[in-house]
Design a protein around this ligand. Structure first.
Ligand SMILES: [Fe+2]
Length: 233
């Protein structure tokens, strides 16, 4: 399997490029609009054909490259069925798979950070890994105070869904602000300070006390992302 983790330094966003199989087809997860040329250069250099792009959810802190990548490469854009982004090419429901050459990614509905957040579990084509978007972060979790966020749903998505995956499953989130690049389900079960040994009520109290400022780009990013990063001028 070919696997690359790319960082947008301005927003501490991670984007993942995956490919496996004879057709050299690739998928990008959570691509960032300002990095479009980087992706196109890398795809060309690695002789890959981008066929699908996935957003784990409607991002509030950066603008998605889904629309621009579809224009540039013809790649189908995919989000979960609850997304309000009417521009996407395909929607997946809980349990459905996204298949690209020999890769099989299973869509897991994991609401909480937003009400339309999905995680994608790599089931074939490489080692077990799960792309958790912003619902489960490394030693943290995504805020639950806007875009239909719900700390109860976040707890259940993480503890009752993601934490039931095999412990060695690698965790790749959509962001990290400390420079950590990956974790595993077992590691987060034991060491995530918001979740390890915490009840749902304790987790909800932690999330409700965060009092975070709005992301700098929220007023621009959410409407733009509902148009796949290509709002009408
Ligand atoms: Fe987010």
């Amino acid at each position: 399997m070919l696997f690359r983790q790319l960082i947008d330094l301005e927003t501490s966003s991670y984007t993942y490029l995956l490919s496996a199989g004879p057709r050299r087809e690739a998928v990008l997860i959570d691509p960032v609009k300002s990095q479009l040329q980087t992706y196109l250069t890398l795809l060309r250099e690695l002789e890959l054909t981008l066929v699908k792009t996935l957003d784990t959810h409607t991002h509030a802190d950066h603008i998605t490259a889904l629309g621009d990548l579809r224009d540039a490469t013809g790649a189908a854009s995919v989000m979960g069925e609850q997304s309000r982004a009417s521009c996407v090419s395909e929607r997946v429901a809980d349990g459905q798979t996204v298949e690209v050459d020999e890769l099989v990614l299973r869509a897991l509905s994991t609401p909480g950070h937003t009400n339309e957040s999905y995680s994608f579990l790599l089931e074939r084509g490489g080692p077990p890994m799960v792309f958790t978007g912003d619902v489960l972060l490394i030693r943290g979790s995504g805020r639950t105070d806007f875009q239909g966020g719900d700390p109860h749903a976040s707890y259940r998505s993480i503890v009752h869904r993601l934490f039931t995956l095999p412990e060695q499953t690698l965790v790749y989130p959509a962001h990290d602000y400390k420079g950590w690049t990956a974790s595993s389900i077992g590691e987060e079960k034991r060491h995530n300070p918001r979740l390890a040994g915490k009840s749902e009520a304790e987790y909800v109290a932690i999330m409700q006390a965060l009092n975070l400022p709005d992301p700098k780009q929220i007023d621009v990013a959410v409407p733009a992302n509902l148009a796949c990063g290509q709002p009408a001028a």
